[in-house]
Design a protein around this ligand. Structure first.
Ligand SMILES: Nc1ncnc2c1ncn2[C@@H]1O[C@H](COP(=O)(O)OP(=O)(O)OP(=O)(O)O)[C@@H](O)[C@H]1O
Length: 809
């Protein structure tokens, strides 16, 4: 891990810890040796402050240094020993040639801040480094202003078709359904995937694999033909006078399986709206999160279409006698790749086997409903045609037709060409990337969002994707608390350690109202609050949080609130919000932490630019190897690298635009630096003022590092944990501690560390400690690496409560 620059970066208060400490207790010998040691380090550190350079033995890794230090008997001077060490300048991490990009800038030192009440050293080990010194340099060229921008209008790729010939009736839907779509759902014309899927599924009873980009209307693409066929079945029954029409107790004809409860609910809502044109058809859900008894009662009453999560359906098939699936003729597996990723293979196998058996038994009993198709049609929807989706296809599909909006995509896919890259971002989606050094991440995010919400109406809804639940909570708290008020309120607390955990007496932030309460890291029940930091004078911005550790009911109500909110709002979320969710008016997606894999990234940015609407997405990348990820962003577009312009922003530009009121840099070229530094110090003080906040920041930081280590094998070249600057990154969580003191995940100590080292046979490298250490012992074989990454990710997801976000009822 590149820790080198961090060691140069520590600034030392002129008062306080450099004053010779008094020694009490122990024998006189102990006191004498402690005093000598302190004197030695005091002289060393003071020398450095006076311009003397001391270059002791270099450690490549701060954690390594720290591990070594920990084995020594603690001395009073121990706290600032690492400051005397110098960084080695390696090719991987280059400290900036100047401490700042502005020659006139005087970075804030401790003397600037040590007189502030919240800055009292609490618990000893504090590092207050300047935001703008020793940041790594960008490795890619900054695109000059003259280069073409992507402002030219682009034809949306997922919009409804505009030709007068492309109508729902021309696809075979009845006029009443088409009229209902137009009048009640404001849907005038089909999208390209709806055109392809509806005509195919109405024409033939063959299985189908539907693949299309995000926001292209896949839900209606499979629901419309099913509902149309059931309307026809009903008409047929009426004609034959078998029954009045199809009723809720006529039988269960279709099942839609989705990987998450949120998605299932969303599909059920669309279905409910659609069934307004065939009110005698009844749909329902079994997705867990409520008592099985009520689900059973619903099944007993009878449903014609069921939306379910695989775990819960498999359970009911085993234990609920009232659930008769012998008439099921349509089975939809939505988000097939996600169903497999979440390990539903076994459940799906059970469900398919059960449906086959019951259908066969019913055929033998010759009690068929007239007009009901002979065979069952299974429809698999997936963004990608990866190995695991192929496996799902083997389990569930027979002679499937591949439906995609563009026949060329289909051919490429069938030929096995570049199968992952067949999944692309909507053409009209404007993408950009922000190159931001780790220390500047938090202030840059605040600044970026402030700018986005500055003008009322310019941006209504934003989703910020963050890698893990702890980090979502941390950022939600930062954005929903009045940092100045809260930190000053608690300034008289004796020390961080001595303060109590109770933060319930915190004041409400300015502008918070009604049910919107102030966020409190200890209270997960609060999932939305006014963001005073983002709210300009003219309007209020509400911040939301969403992740898998929140109770289901809270997740549902949070999403509903965010959806209904007509005012500007920002949602901080894990990938729980990345798949399939159709949240209206999201005009900006920020990937603050890059996704674990390209597909996840495409699903995330696909929350905007839906159904032909405009949308913007910005990803935060750190200078260095992460910048290589831009090539992946370019592959999001059909035309690939050629001619694709992905706009770039750099931290100074973001900070100027967001923090300097006018957005224009006038006489004072350093204004943005000072504002950013003040903001950072405010955050640090606010965190230090409460043990609960400090704990939350540490947890967020540690989970973030853990999550970072689980990037997919294909992308580890960009997101290499060994290159991650742990010390600088800690600053983005408002922490003033050394990473080694925080027990960074993967940092093994004692026997554990030794055994890993021996096993690795990599000696000194493995001794570098931290998460990278685990990686040193990876077998070189790529497949083994991938399995390991998958396991690590699963473990992480369990740890972060993310597995829980997927129904599994
Ligand atoms: N023909 C249409 N005309 C206009 N809007 C439509 C049309 N079909 C669907 N929509 C709207 O487009 C949005 C996206 O639809 P849907 O959620 O089905 O997309 P999707 O392809 O499943 O996306 P994802 O891959 O992200 O799950 C919804 O708000 C839906 O109401």
């Amino acid at each position: 891990m590149a820790d080198d620059g961090m060691l140069l970066n520590f600034s030392i208060p002129e008062t306080g810890i450099l004053n010779k400490p008094k020694f009490k207790g122990g024998s006189w010998r102990d006191r004498l040796s402690a005093k000598k040691a302190a004197g030695h380090w005091h002289a060393k550190a003071s020398g450095r402050l006076n311009g003397e350079e001391s270059v002791p033995k270099v450690s490549r890794n701060a954690n390594h240094t720290a591990l070594g230090e920990r084995t020594k008997a603690p001395s009073p001077s121990h706290d600032f020993e690492p400051q005397a060490k110098r960084a080695r300048h390696t090719g991987e991490f280059k400290p900036a040639s100047k401490p700042t990009d502005d020659p006139n800038f005087r970075p804030h030192t401790d003397s600037d801040v040590s007189n502030r009440p919240g800055d009292k050293p609490k618990g000893g080990r504090q590092i207050i480094s300047s935001l703008f010194s020793y940041n790594p340099e960008s490795t890619t060229q900054v695109i000059s202003k003259e280069e073409p921008t992507d402002d030219a209008p682009v034809e949306p790729s997922n919009a409804p078709l505009s030709s007068e010939l492309d109508t729902f009736t021309s696809l075979g839907l009845s006029p009443s359904v088409a009229a209902h779509l137009l009048n009640k759902m404001e849907i005038k014309a089909p999208t390209a995937i709806q055109k392809a899927a509806v005509s195919q599924l109405l024409k033939e009873d063959s299985d189908a694999f539907i693949q299309a980009e995000t926001g292209s209307g896949k839900t209606l693409a499979y629901l419309l033909p099913i509902v149309q066929r059931l309307i026809e079945l009903s008409a047929n029954m009426k004609k034959r006078k078998v029954d009045e029409a199809v009723q809720r107790n006529s039988g269960l004809f279709a099942i839609v399986l989705a990987p998450t409860r949120e998605l299932s609910k969303q599909i059920a809502t669309v279905l409910e709206k659609l069934l307004g044109c065939a009110h005698w058809l009844v749909a329902g859900t079994v997705i867990g999160g409520e008592k099985k008894k009520s689900e059973k009662a619903r099944l007993r009453k009878g449903l014609n279409i069921l939306v379910a999560t695989p775990g819960r359906l498999a359970d009911h098939l085993e234990h609920t006698q009232a659930l008769d699936v012998s008439n099921v003729r349509w089975l939809v597996l939505d988000e097939g790749d996600r169903l497999m990723e979440l390990g539903f293979e076994e459940e799906i196998q059970k469900i398919v086997g059960n449906l086959n058996n019951r259908m066969r038994a019913k055929k033998d009993a010759s009690s068929q409903i007239p007009g009901l198709p002979e065979k069952r049609t299974t429809i698999l929807c997936s963004a990608t045609m990866k190995m695991d989706v192929e496996r799902l296809g083997q389990i569930s599909l027979k002679d499937a037709v591949h439906i995609s909006k563009d026949p060329k995509d289909k051919d490429a896919e069938m030929d096995g060409e570049d199968e992952d890259h067949a999944f692309q971002a909507p053409a009209q989606l404007k993408q950009s990337f922000a190159v931001v050094a780790p220390k500047l991440r938090l202030v840059s995010l605040i600044s970026f969002l402030k700018r986005a919400f500055a003008r009322k109406g310019s941006v209504m809804k934003v989703i910020v994707f963050i890698s893990c639940a702890d980090s979502v909570d941390f950022h939600f708290d930062i954005f929903t608390n009045d940092l100045v008020e809260s930190s000053e309120e608690t300034k008289d607390e004796p020390t961080t350690e001595a303060a109590t955990q109770d933060s319930s007496n915190q004041k409400k932030p300015k502008g918070s109202k009604g049910a919107i309460a102030q966020a409190d890291p200890t209270k997960l029940t609060v999932t939305h609050a006014t963001s005073s930091i983002l709210s300009p004078k003219t309007h209020t911005v509400t911040a939301y949080r969403l992740h898998g550790s929140l109770p289901q009911s809270l997740r549902t109500s949070t999403l509903a609130h965010f959806t209904k909110n007509k005012e500007p709002a920002v949602l901080f979320a894990t990938d729980v919000a990345s798949r399939g969710l159709d949240l209206p008016n999201v005009d900006l997606v920020v990937e603050f932490d890059p996704a674990f894999a390209r597909e996840d990234h495409l699903h995330r940015i696909g929350r905007t630019a839906r159904a032909g609407r405009d949308g913007r997405a910005c990803i935060f990348l750190q200078p260095g190897c992460e910048e290589g990820y831009v090539s992946i962003l370019k592959s999001d577009r059909k035309d690939g690298e050629v001619g694709v312009h992905i706009a770039r922003q750099d931290a100074p530009e973001i900070l100027k635009k967001g923090l300097v009121t006018s957005g224009v840099v006038g006489k004072d070229r350093n204004e943005y630096m000072e504002k950013a530094t003040d903001l950072q110090l405010q955050i640090e003080r606010w965190i230090l003022a409460s043990p609960a906040r400090l704990e939350s920041a540490r947890r967020a930081y540690q989970s973030h590092v853990r999550a970072y280590a689980t990037h997919g094998a294909a992308e580890r070249v960009y997101f290499d944990i060994k290159q991650l600057h742990l010390g600088h990154l800690a600053k983005a969580f408002g922490l003033r501690e050394r990473p080694s003191g925080m027990k960074v995940p993967g940092l093994r100590t004692g026997a554990g560390r030794e055994s890993v080292r021996r096993g690795a046979g990599t000696g000194a490298k493995a001794a570098g400690g931290n998460a990278a250490e685990v990686r040193e012992v990876d077998p070189s074989e790529e497949a083994a690496k991938m399995r390991k990454a998958v396991r690590a990710r699963e473990k992480f997801m369990r740890h972060a409560g993310m597995a829980d976000e997927f129904n599994l009822g």
